[in-house]
Design a protein. Structure first.
Length: 306
């Protein structure tokens, strides 16, 4: 049976599904380069399937696996993969859309409430801070995929007004679709839920940050590249907006995460949106199922390219 390489660890349930189906499964040790791994275990060059999570895989990496036929993406973002190269080599790509939506949405709500109630500063100083209610606020959702729609549902008990911007018209269930200018001008809370593409890179820069309300907060549980990092630092440092919380971060030329962590109005979590037991289990099992189906000649459950 084919060899499956786990580029990062996945839940045991997914590993067991693969092994029970007869696949040989190898897990890439944390911090180990693929070159070193292949030198130690030369037979891994025959790998035909890879389960990829958030770790980057380059063209040079994938050229080391001439027999590779499928990559099962454990998650939804594919900015860590060389898509044109995969197409050129006709390597199947699957992903797990929707599975992590509730988990990321719950973290988004956690970050919103933590900022509004000034939890980081209250915990650090053990002094009472004056917070603000979520109830009655205007919340802007940038993007309207499965995660944003879950956030929209979770917001309902708070009696907020919801504004949505999406790159194309969509039927919005609870809020209303507006232009990006209207959303930025009116929202007291803005949450990013768009993919990272060449068109969305540094989507949120000084051009939009300076138009936000001074009491507004910005939440990013999508991709770090969506925000021009140094512009966000300036806005927070200068008090142009009340706060920001991110689960994803890309360092800027001038400011690193360490600089941001010194700010009293900033929260960073280490990309834990999908790191819940239930979601990790479901994602691992679906990746295993996609690989099983591929080698059984069955259609993919969720092919990235339709």
């Amino acid at each position: 049976m084919p060899t499956v390489l786990l580029n990062e660890p996945i839940a045991t349930s997914g590993v067991e599904l693969l092994r029970q189906a007869g696949f040989q499964v190898f897990e890439r040790p944390a911090g180990a380069s693929l070159l070193t791994l292949l030198q130690k275990i030369p037979q891994l060059a025959a790998t035909q399937a890879i389960v990829a999570r958030a770790g980057k895989l380059t063209i040079a990496d994938l050229k080391r696996f001439p027999e590779l036929k499928i990559i099962a993406r454990h998650g939804v973002g594919v900015d860590n993969l060389p898509l044109d190269y995969l197409k050129k080599r006709q390597i199947q790509l699957t992903y797990t859309p929707g599975i992590n939506a509730r988990s990321v949405a719950e973290l988004t709500m956690t970050l919103i409430l933590s900022l509004l109630h000034q939890l980081p500063l209250s915990i650090a100083t053990q002094q009472r801070q004056i917070g603000s209610l979520l109830t009655g606020k205007t919340v802007g959702l940038i993007g309207y995929g499965s995660i944003a729609q879950e956030v929209e549902k979770l917001l309902q008990p708070f009696r907020v007004e919801i504004l949505v911007w999406n790159h194309r018209p969509k039927k919005v269930k609870f809020g209303k679709q507006v232009t990006i200018a209207e959303l930025v001008k009116q929202s007291q809370i803005i949450s990013l839920h768009i993919p990272s593409t060449p068109q969305t890179k540094q989507f949120f820069s000084a051009k939009l940050l300076t138009k936000m309300r001074s009491e507004a907060i910005l939440i990013n549980t999508a991709r770090g590249s969506l925000i021009k990092t140094d512009d966000l630092y300036d806005a927070l440092f200068q008090g142009q907006l009340a706060g920001a919380a991110v689960d994803v971060f890309s360092a800027g030329p001038r400011h690193s995460l360490n600089d941001f962590q010194k700010l009293p109005n900033f929260i960073a979590t280490p990309h834990i949106g999908a790191e819940t037991q239930e979601i990790l289990t479901a994602s691992a099992c679906q990746c295993a199922e996609e690989i099983k189906r591929f080698f059984a000649g069955q259609p993919a459950l969720n092919p990235y390219w339709q």
